[in-house]
Design a binder for this molecule. Structure first.
Ligand SMILES: [Zn+2]
Length: 160
C-alpha cells in the first residue's frame, strides 16, 4: 500500500506582506546573525524566538575549530529558551541566513537535528508555534507547528 503525506506552508514574497509582529521578528533574526561565530563555513545564521510575554530570545550559529563542537542558530536559541524561560511559551520563531560566498535565493531550512529539537520544544510547552524562514533577498516561508517539516518526528512519551 502506497501512502502519501502532503505538507502545506505559506509563502510571502517579501517582508511587506507579513503582519507587523512577524516582520519585526524576521528583523530580530537578522539582528541575531550579528553574533554568529562562523569563521569556517562563513555561513551566518540567526534565529529569534518571540515568547508569550513579548521577550525575544536570540540564537546564532556558533562554530568551533573542532567542528562537531559547534551548534546551529536554532538550537542555540531553543536551548537558551529551555534554560532561561521554560515557562514562557514560544509563540513564533524566525530564522534567516547570509553568506558572502554565494547568493541565497530561497529560505534556509533548519537541519534535521534542529527540527527534532523544535518538535520537543513544542511538546514541552504543549502547543505548536509559528515558524518563519526568511530569505533576505527572497521569500518568507511560514508554517504553524513542526509537523510540516518533520511529519515523522520521533516522539515516545513512554520514555518519560
Ligand atoms: Zn540545525
Amino acid at each position: 500500500m502506497k501512502k502519501e503525506i502532503k505538507v502545506a506552508y505559506e509563502e510571502f514574497a517579501n517582508l511587506g506582506e507579513l503582519s507587523e509582529a512577524d516582520r519585526s521578528l524576521c528583523l530580530e533574526a537578522v539582528k541575531a546573525m550579528e553574533n554568529s561565530h562562523s569563521p569556517y563555513s562563513k555561513f551566518r545564521v540567526g534565529a529569534a524566538l518571540r515568547l508569550q510575554s513579548g521577550k525575544i530570545v536570540y540564537g546564532s550559529n556558533q562554530e568551533n575549530v573542532a567542528y562537531p563542537s559547534g551548534l546551529c542558530a536554532e538550537r542555540v536559541a531553543l536551548f537558551a529558551w529551555g534554560a532561561n524561560h521554560p515557562h514562557d511559551p514560544i509563540v513564533s520563531m524566525a530564522v534567516t541566513a547570509h553568506t558572502d560566498q554565494f547568493e541565497l535565493l530561497q529560505p534556509t531550512t533548519p537541519c534535521g537535528p534542529c527540527l527534532q529539537v523544535i518538535a520537543e520544544c513544542e511538546q514541552m510547552q504543549k502547543q505548536p508555534f509559528d515558524m518563519m524562514l526568511y530569505c533576505i533577498k527572497g521569500a518568507i516561508w511560514k508554517t504553524r507547528g513542526i509537523q510540516t517539516f518533520l511529519p515523522f518526528l520521533f516522539f515516545e512519551d513512554r520514555l518519560q
